[in-house]
Design a protein around this ligand. Structure first.
Ligand SMILES: CCCCC/C=C/CC(=O)SCCNC(=O)CCNC(=O)[C@H](O)C(C)(C)COP(=O)(O)OP(=O)(O)OC[C@H]1O[C@@H](n2cnc3c(N)ncnc32)[C@H](O)[C@@H]1OP(=O)(O)O
Length: 391
C-alpha cells in the first residue's frame, strides 16, 4: 500500500501536479526515435481526458517519467518513512536511475498513448457518415476489417479540399490514430483522388482583409500537415484517380501509396504563383533526387502513375479495372498483422525525421503566406474562376 488513494480528488490533484511543471524544451539527440516536445505536450493534455483511474502504480510511473523528462535524474533527499505519498513518488522517480530526459519523454508519451487507446471505443461494425457516431460533411469514414478508411467525399468538386474538409480530415486522422484499427487508408470518391486545395478557399475574404485570410490559411495548413507528420500508425493512400497540388505533395508523408494506372500526379505551384507544401520541398528531393523533384515542383511536370512509381512517390501501380480488388485484398491481409508491431515500426522509421519535417512544414507555410498575397497567385486564382483556366 502506497498511501496514494484512488479518489477523484487525488486524480485531480495528480493532474494539477503534473500540469504545474513548466513546458519543457527538449531536442532530438542521437539516433533513437524520440517523442517531440509537441507530442509530449499533447500527451499531457491527453492524460487529462482519461476517464478511468489507471491505478496507483501507473500513476506513479507517469509521475516518475514526467519528473525524469523535465528535471532529469532524481537527486532530492528521500522523504521520511511516514511521508507515504512523497516517499512512493520519490521511489518511483529514483527507480528510473540515469535514463535520459529524452528516453523518459518517449516512455511518457508511449504510456499515455497506451492508456488512451485502451479506453477508445471498440468499433466492431462499420461506422459511416449516416451514423450518429460520425457527422462528417465532406468525408465518409468507416472502420471495417481493422482498417479505418477516410473517403474524400466531394466528387462533384473532384474532392477539392475546402476549409471544412481540412478540419474534418484532421479530426478523422485524430480518431483513426486512436481507434483499434491496424491501418488507416485515404482514398477519393468518384473519378478523382483529389484536385488539391479548393481554390475558393482564397476567395472568401472577410472584413479583416486578405492578410488575415493568408495568416489563417497558413495556420490551417501548418496544422493540417502536422497531422500527417505525427500520424502514429501505417497510413496508406489508395490513389483512385488524378491527384493535384497538396494531394500529391502530401503523399511523401504516407507510408505506402497504391495507384491506379489512370492516376496522374500534378503539383502546378509555379503555374499558380505558389510554392511547395506538404513537406515536399524536403521529401521529394530526398526521395527522387533534386533534379527530378525540380521538374515536378518548379516546372509543373505532370507524372503518370508509372513515372511516379519509378521515382519512388508511388509504391505500386495496378490496372484500373482490377485496382480496387487487388489493393483491398492486399490491405485486408496487412491489417491482420500485429497492430503494435506495425505502429512501433512505423514510428522508428519516421521518428528521426519528425522534428525536421515540422521545421520544413513551418518554413513552407511562411513562404506560402507571402505567395498567397502576391499578384502572381491572385491572378492565377482569378483566372481559374473567371476563365475556368484548367491545369
Ligand atoms: C487553406 C489553404 C491551404 C492551401 C494549401 C495549398 C495547396 C496547393 C494546391 O493544392 S494547388 C492545386 C489547386 N488545384 C487546382 O488548381 C485544380 C483546379 N481544377 C482544375 O484545374 C480542374 O477542375 C481539374 C483539372 C481538376 C478537373 O477538370 P475537369 O474538366 O475534369 O472538371 P471540372 O473543372 O469541370 O471540375 C468539376 C467541378 O469541380 C470544381 N473544382 C475542381 N477542382 C477544384 C479546385 N481545386 N478548387 C475549386 N473547385 C474545383 C470545378 O470548378 C467544377 O465546379 P463547377 O461544376 O461548379 O463548375
Amino acid at each position: 500500500h502506497i498511501g496514494f488513494h484512488i479518489c477523484p480528488q487525488n486524480i485531480i490533484s495528480f493532474y494539477r501536479l503534473i500540469q504545474s511543471f513548466p513546458a519543457v524544451k527538449l531536442h532530438l539527440t542521437g539516433a533513437v526515435m524520440r517523442a517531440t516536445e509537441v507530442e509530449f505536450d499533447k500527451a499531457k493534455e491527453h492524460l487529462k481526458t482519461l476517464k478511468n483511474d489507471p491505478g496507483n502504480d501507473t500513476k506513479l510511473r507517469i509521475y516518475a517519467l514526467f519528473k525524469q523528462a523535465t528535471q532529469g535524474s532524481c537527486s532530492s533527499p528521500k522523504p521520511g518513512m511516514l511521508d507515504f505519498v512523497n516517499k512512493a513518488k520519490w521511489e518511483a522517480w529514483n527507480s528510473l536511475g540515469n535514463i535520459s530526459k529524452e528516453d523518459a519523454r518517449q516512455k511518457y508519451v508511449d504510456l499515455v498513448g497506451t492508456l488512451i487507446s485502451s479506453e477508445a471505443p471498440i468499433q466492431k461494425e462499420a461506422t459511416t457518415a449516416g451514423d450518429p457516431k460520425s457527422s462528417y460533411q465532406t468525408l465518409q469514414v468507416t472502420t471495417e476489417n481493422n482498417i479505418t478508411t477516410i473517403l474524400l467525399n466531394r466528387p462533384e468538386k473532384k474532392n477539392a479540399i475546402s476549409r471544412k474538409m481540412y478540419e474534418e480530415i484532421m479530426q478523422a486522422l485524430e480518431q483513426a490514430g486512436k481507434d483499434d484499427s491496424v491501418l488507416t487508408v485515404m482514398t477519393g470518391s468518384g473519378d478523382y483522388y483529389c484536385s488539391g486545395n479548393d481554390l475558393s478557399n482564397f476567395t472568401q475574404v472577410g472584413a479583416e482583409g486578405v492578410e488575415k485570410l493568408a495568416r489563417d490559411s497558413g495556420e490551417l495548413l501548418t496544422r493540417y500537415v502536422s497531422h500527417f507528420i505525427d500520424f502514429p500508425k501505417p497510413l496508406i493512400a489508395v490513389v483512385n484517380g488524378p491527384a493535384v497540388g497538396i494531394a500529391v505533395t502530401g503523399l511523401g508523408l504516407f507510408d505506402v501509396v497504391y495507384a491506379t494506372d489512370r492516376a496522374t500526379f500534378h503539383a502546378p505551384f509555379s503555374q499558380l504563383g505558389q510554392s511547395p507544401e506538404g513537406c515536399s520541398s524536403y521529401t521529394f528531393p530526398k526521395m527522387m533526387g533534386t533534379a527530378k523533384a525540380n521538374e515536378i515542383l518548379l516546372f509543373n511536370k505532370k507524372l503518370t502513375a508509372a513515372q511516379a512509381c519509378d521515382l519512388g512517390l508511388v509504391t505500386e501501380v495496378f490496372p484500373d479495372n482490377t485496382f480496387q480488388q487487388e489493393v483491398w485484398k492486399k490491405l485486408r491481409a496487412y491489417a491482420k498483422l500485429p497492430k503494435d508491431s506495425l505502429r512501433y515500426s512505423k514510428q522508428l522509421i519516421r521518428g528521426m525525421e519528425k522534428e525536421k519535417l515540422h521545421a520544413v512544414n513551418a518554413q513552407e507555410c511562411v513562404r506560402l503566406q507571402e505567395r498567397w498575397l502576391s499578384e502572381e497567385c491572385m491572378n492565377a486564382i482569378m483566372s481559374f474562376f473567371q476563365n475556368k483556366s484548367k491545369l
